[in-house]
Structures are given as structure tokens and as C-alpha cells.
Design a protein around this ligand. Structure first.
Ligand SMILES: O=C(O)CCC(=O)C(=O)O
Length: 279
């Protein structure tokens, strides 16, 4: 896993194969299909570029608690030098058949903090795709190195995840473009993609006739080392644990949630500022 750590730090992402068992994969497919079946037209239109954006804080099926505390994934993080990660929030992002590409964006919102430019990630996504992915069905695209070096795409971005981008009203916007330095990150179902929250990423369109679902979970690899204001920000965004989950599931997640008892002001939504990153 030393190589995976190096890849994460240098490229901004890495893939760990075969993390999920066929059994949990089956449960997750059933749970996410059931969730997607509840999607309203309004939600589908609001998140057309993503497909869906169901927050796990509002989801009743406790299989998601098992995924959040999934031992092989936590072991993979430990082997990469992150033995004590915390978990804050997670989402089911599901692209229906024949749906558009996702826009370029980063998912880090504490760029005003000086540590935002350090090589070791403050926050990572663990993305579990529930089917094999390829460019034809909407696999992830990334700009390697863009988590710690300036990339021309940074200059083209407006507000990441803004309503109009998510609604995908204007596919000709630069955020939806194909980039000369982009790299596809296809996976097999059951692998996990670990990525730095600062990495610029997007997806291909799903041109297949099958749904393509990813569950994205956000962890802080070394919460204890984060500056106070970021700790406060992470705690502020932590999802409520659903009441519907059994006590054992709730406890598994509670143990991973970050705790901050200081009085630092959480960062708001600080966007990337060019002058700070090299390159
Ligand atoms: O759908 C994917 O593969 C990635 C989703 C994502 O990065 C997002 O919606 O922020």
C-alpha cells in the first residue's frame, strides 16, 4: 500500500481492487436501486449532471453503515499510513441510462487555510462503483496532480456544484469540456477509488442502457492533525446518523465521526484561489 499512498499524494487518486465482497455489493445494489426508485422528477432535474444526490444521513437501510465502517477499506487506509480516519458524510450518485457527463470540479472548501496547499490530503473520497465502469457508461475522469498544482481548468471553473451546473442546463460550458490532460479512471465493481478532495474530477456521460451508481463517502485521513477551523468545518458538515438504523449500526458510524470541542469558527465555503498553488 506504500505505492497507493505515493499515488494518492502525487497524482491525487489511487484505486484499491476487490475491497467489497459480492454479498455486500449485492446488498448495496438492492439498496441503491430502491433509493433511486424514489427519485422525484424535481430531484432528477436538479441533479441532472450527477444523476442523483441522495445524502446517506437520510437513508434508512443500515447497509450503508456497514459500508462506512467497512473493515477492508479502513485497513487499506491504515496500510497507506492513515490508521485513524474519521467519516463525515456520504452520497448515492446514480447516473441513469443515457445521461450526461458530470462537470469538472473539486470538493474541498477550506482553500483559505494555508494547509490547503500541503501534499498530504486533508480529506479523501472513497468512491464505490456498483458496476464495472468504462468511458461508455460514465466512468470517472481526473486531472492527475491538480490537487496540488494549478491546472488551466481552475481558471475556467465558476462555483463547483452550483445549481445551474448540477442541473446541466448548458453542456457547452467549459466545466463540461474534454481536457488534453484528462485521464479515465475505470474500475471493476467492488474496487474503491480513493481521491484527494482537491483533485479536479468529472465523468463521462452514461451512454449505456444500464444505471451507473457510485457511493461516495468522505473521510479525513488524519483528523487529529487538521487545523482547528477545518476540524470545526468537518464536524459542522457531518451527517446525522439516521434514527432508523439499529443501535449497532449507529454505533459503528458514531465511532468514526469526528469530534471537535474547541470554539474555532468553521470555515464557510472558501473557493480555490489561483495565486496559492504552484504550476
Ligand atoms: O459520479 C461520479 O462518478 C462522481 C461524482 C462526483 O464526483 C460528484 O458528484 O461530486
Amino acid at each position: 500500500m506504500k505505492d497507493a499512498r505515493r499515488e494518492l499524494i502525487e497524482s491525487g487518486f489511487c484505486r484499491v481492487p476487490d475491497v467489497l465482497t459480492p454479498t455486500i455489493l449485492g446488498h448495496l445494489r438492492a439498496a441503491t436501486d430502491a433509493l433511486c426508485a424514489t427519485q422525484t422528477e424535481e430531484h432528477a432535474a436538479r441533479f441532472r449532471a450527477q444523476g442523483s444526490m441522495f445524502a446517506l444521513g437520510g437513508v434508512e437501510d443500515p447497509v450503508f453503515a456497514r459500508l462506512i465502517a467497512w473493515r477492508p477499506a479502513l485497513d487499506a487506509l491504515a496500510a497507506m499510513g492513515f490508521p485513524d480516519p474519521t467519516y463525515t458524510d456520504g452520497y448515492v450518485i446514480s447516473k441513469p441510462p443515457r445521461s450526461p457527463r458530470l462537470f469538472w470540479h473539486y470538493d474541498w472548501f477550506a482553500w483559505d487555510d494555508p494547509t490547503a496547499y500541503a501534499p498530504v490530503p486533508q480529506q479523501v473520497f472513497l468512491m464505490y462503483y456498483l458496476s464495472d465502469t468504462a468511458p461508455e457508461n460514465g466512468c470517472l475522469r481526473v486531472l492527475p496532480g491538480s490537487h496540488i498544482s494549478h491546472n488551466p481548468v481552475h481558471d475556467l471553473l465558476a462555483e463547483p456544484h452550483s445549481r445551474d451546473l448540477s442541473a446541466g442546463d448548458d453542456g457547452s460550458r467549459a466545466e463540461f469540456s474534454t481536457r488534453p490532460d484528462e485521464v479515465d479512471a475505470p474500475v471493476s465493481a467492488g474496487d474503491v477509488v480513493i481521491g484527494d478532495a482537491r483533485l479536479l474530477h468529472a465523468t463521462h456521460a452514461n451512454d449505456s442502457d444500464q444505471r451507473r451508481t457510485v457511493i461516495t463517502l468522505w473521510y479525513q485521513p488524519d483528523f487529529a492533525s487538521l487545523p482547528e477551523r477545518i476540524k470545526a468545518q468537518m464536524v459542522a458538515k457531518t451527517h446525522e446518523i439516521p434514527d432508523a438504523w439499529p443501535a449497532e449500526s449507529r454505533e459503528m458510524v458514531r465511532r468514526l465521526n469526528p469530534v471537535y470541542e474547541g470554539d474555532a469558527e468553521p470555515y464557510g465555503r472558501c473557493l480555490y484561489r489561483r495565486q496559492r498553488l504552484p504550476g
